[in-house]
Design a binder for this molecule. Structure first.
Ligand SMILES: Cc1cc2nc3c(=O)[nH]c(=O)nc-3n(C[C@H](O)[C@H](O)[C@H](O)COP(=O)(O)OP(=O)(O)OC[C@H]3O[C@@H](n4cnc5c(N)ncnc54)[C@H](O)[C@@H]3O)c2cc1C
Ligand code: FES
Length: 356
């Protein structure tokens, strides 16, 4: 804010404060211009493009507090559904320096709302971009392997690379069910046509079955020099797990950069659950031992704080009043009264009381 604007703000504050309490002047300014809010970063939806029958790209103009994204980063996006604000994470699919956009595939509550019910002019709640799934600083041969909505951060990288680096050498293998299910299909064909350094391989599982990253056979066919390339990978958990294992086995794990959309849970990590009491909300629920406390709370109608939902951002930290919880990533049972619990990756291990 400039100095005259600050002075004007102070005068307006002094005059209106007694009239507007308990709401602050900020709240009224935010009603007139939602993007000006200093309490909560917001964005206004400026465009929506249907990509496939169940996915759409939503472009938005962010308000104050937003920072330009690096190609490959993600942001927490909040939407209000039936009066309750829900947060999820979405990779920014536009290139660095372009107006931010997310490309969402409808698979559940929030994604369905974003894809099918969002309109131009709607307000999104935002947190600034973050994440270290970003391009290397120097030029080097790259292999990008994606499946389904996992292409979104890589699309941002490709869009950035073709614009910024004439020496780019990128092979992108994108797996989807078929042509109609493939995100950005036409744009990628066009980019590959215009840029010698970009090769796009569309892998349709309806024709070829799933790409097997657990061994070299498929890779040797579609990208014979894959061992010499730094590989960026984003897709379903099984694909990421198989590739991680394979690259490790080949002693190439230092060349593999993985982005996950869901936490890497230890298979069979769940155990005996219990009754969970959400004290301040005056609710309780029977919690299976393999279901996160976040999901249990949400199903019981408790307004649970959340962000990445995969154990990174710590937005979901909730004080434990009593009982113990199980970390579904490691199987470890832990917890003492007063501990802050990441509800998105922990499940009940017996009866639990949470201070929420
Ligand atoms: C860093 C990051 C980036 C992401 N980027 C994108 C993106 O660019 N585009 C996009 O569409 N989504 C992206 N996601 C996933 C997104 O945050 C939501 O998880 C997804 O939209 C489902 O939320 P929902 O409320 O619609 O479904 P929910 O109602 O929360 O879940 C529905 C069911 O789907 C399961 N589920 C959640 N995520 C996935 C998944 N990725 N694959 C399969 N099953 C899943 C849940 O466990 C649940 O059983 C990203 C997630 C992270 C952590
Ligand atoms: S929601 Fe991000 S750590 Fe739990």
């Amino acid at each position: 804010m400039t100095r005259p604007a600050r002075a004007a703000h102070r005068v307006v504050s002094a005059i209106t404060k007694p009239l507007t309490t308990p709401l602050g002047v900020e709240d009224f300014v935010a009603l007139v211009n939602p993007l000006s809010s200093r309490r909560q970063l917001r964005g206004i939806v400026t465009g929506i493009v249907a990509e496939t029958t169940d996915s759409a790209t939503i472009t938005f103009r962010p308000g104050r507090g937003w920072q330009a994204h690096h190609a490959g980063q993600w942001a927490r996006i909040g939407v209000e559904i039936d009066g309750v604000r829900h947060w999820r994470s979405y990779s920014l699919s536009t290139g660095a320096g372009e107006e931010p956009a997310i490309t969402v595939t409808a698979i559940g509550k929030v994604s369905d709302h974003l894809v099918h019910r969002t309109r131009v002019g709607d307000i999104l709640f935002l947190a600034p971009p973050q994440g270290d799934f970003v391009l290397p600083t120097g030029p080097r041969p790259l292999l990008m392997i994606t499946a389904g909505s996992g292409i979104t951060p890589v699309m941002s990288m490709v869009r950035t690379l073709v614009r910024q680096r004439t020496d780019a050498d990128v092979v992108l293998i994108h797996s989807s069910r078929d042509r109609t299910d493939a995100l950005f299909f036409d744009e990628l064909l066009d980019l590959a046509d215009r840029h010698d350094g970009l090769t796009v391989v569309s892998w349709f599982t309806s024709d070829r079955g799933r790409i097997d990253l657990g061994q070299a056979r498929d890779l040797d066919v579609v990208c014979p020099d894959w061992r010499t390339r730094t590989t960026y990978l984003c897709g379903p958990a099984e694909m990421l797990d198989a590739a991680t294992e394979h690259w490790r086995g080949e002693d190439l794990d230092h060349q593999l950069v993985v982005e996950r959309f869901a936490p890497a849970l230890l298979p069979g990590a769940g155990g005996v659950g219990g009754v969970v009491q959400f004290e301040k909300s005056d609710k309780e629920a029977n919690a299976p031992g393999d279901t996160t406390l976040l999901e249990v709370g949400e199903s019981a109608g408790v307004v649970m704080p959340s962000g990445c939902r995969m154990g990174i951002c710590r937005t979901c930290l909730t004080p434990l009043r009593a009982g113990q919880v199980r970390d579904l990533r490691t199987g470890e049972v832990h917890g003492e009264e007063g501990d802050l619990i990441q509800t998105c990756v922990n499940a009940a291990a017996g009866p639990v009381q949470l201070d929420i």
